[in-house]
Design a protein around this ligand. Structure first.
Ligand SMILES: [Zn+2]
Length: 366
């Protein structure tokens, strides 16, 4: 039986927990990692009704985008929907896992799922994050270099955008003198040694540092491994907020709105006047997105599709870009299908089921 941990480890390959925003609470909120998974229920939000659906469909793991426990719980009396959902889940051995801003911030995450719905091409992160990368410089005998690099690549070192196994190396002479307590692989106690070595450089996501150093020490032949780490301040093009891409062909404004309504299954779109007559470049941000407007404008997108816009924030479009507020639920509900697709590709001994509970608390009277 697949354990919850195996499922969440796989989800975290797509959306590592360290990529969540600092205010967030992604991860396993209810339940234990070691339990075997019967089936998984995918939902945007967790309510009591969703937990009931999970029980009825023999799902003992709910994977939700929004963390039902967000600000913390000090009492569990069932006095609000959060406490009632958590109590019901615990009583019925249903685990709850949230994949929230960590899924917002990755290639293939929420915004790429929206872009996929809209058929966007050449999709990239709209606002890549800085200070997420680390550089490892290591020194290794020439004959052992490829083996050490292979071990590092295997744990995810050396990825830059669509390229993996990226490294730089240069040959030189390493010198050392072992003392009497040393057990050198090459050389003898109290004698100077010089070895033909490679100095190699590779980058990796900073949160992987413990795993990378463990791998380096295990693969490196020396008793003492010479290396150093440097924080890289470059933007990481694979991690950040929003996404931007191109429609296959430019669309007139009216046609685009009709298309958007159809593709995202919308009742209503709140929008500002477009600055251009045709829409081609499209920026998206699922959920609350007004903080990204400057980046959407800077990317020269024709439209910015997001949600939860306030009245005065619409003025910020200021003739530079069209803002489309499509609703928070509507913008992100497609993550259910996206995660179903992702899980189904890997696991076949349980079902990843789409919740049919409409958790949107907002109704439209049209
Ligand atoms: Zn959201």
């Amino acid at each position: 039986m697949t354990t919850i941990k195996e499922v969440t480890d796989y989800l975290e390959k797509l959306a590592p927990i360290p990529y969540q925003e600092n205010y967030d609470n992604a991860g396993l909120l209810v339940g234990s990692h070691n339990i075997g998974v019967t089936n998984v229920l995918l939902t945007l939000d967790v309510t009591e009704e969703v937990v009931e659906e999970a029980i009825a469909k023999n799902c003992n793991l709910i994977v939700a985008h929004h963390p039902v426990v967000f600000k913390g719980l000090k009492k569990l009396n069932g006095k609000n929907y959060i406490e009632r959902a958590v109590i019901k889940a615990i009583k019925n051995d249903v685990a709850i896992y949230a994949i929230h801003t960590n899924l917002d911030n990755v290639v293939g995450g929420v915004n790429f799922m929206i872009a996929n719905r809209l058929g966007l091409q050449n999709v990239q992160i709209l606002a890549p994050k800085k200070d997420m990368l680390c550089k490892l410089v290591g020194f290794v005998p020439v004959a052992d270099t490829e083996r050490v690099l292979e071990a590092l690549y295997a744990v995810g070192v050396g990825q830059i955008g669509n390229y993996d196994r990226c490294s730089f190396k240069v040959e030189g002479v390493g010198t050392f003198r072992p003392n009497a307590q040393a057990q050198p692989v090459i050389g003898q106690a109290n004698q100077d040694e010089a070895v033909l070595e490679n100095r190699f450089e590779v980058i990796f996501p900073a949160f992987m540092e413990p795993a990378v150093l463990k791998t380096l020490r295990a693969a490196h032949p020396y008793e003492e491994v010479a290396y150093y780490l440097t924080a890289i301040t470059n933007e990481n093009q694979s991690v950040g907020s929003g996404a931007v891409g191109y429609l296959p062909a430019p669309m007139a404004i009216h046609d685009f709105l009709v298309f958007l309504k159809q593709q995202m299954n919308l009742t209503v779109i709140k929008y500002t006047d477009a600055a251009v007559s045709k829409i081609e470049k499209v920026a998206v941000c699922g959920g609350v997105g007004s903080f990204l407007l400057p980046r959407a404008v800077a990317s020269q997108a024709d439209v910015f599709i997001t949600a939860d816009y306030k009245y005065h924030e619409f003025f910020d479009a200021d003739g530079q870009i069209m803002i489309c507020d499509i609703g928070h639920y509507e913008s992100e509900v497609c993550t259910k299908e996206g995660l179903q697709h992702y899980l189904s590709n890997k696991f076949s001994n349980f079902a990843a089921i789409l919740s049919v509970t409409v958790t949107n608390p907002v109704r439209y009277f049209v």
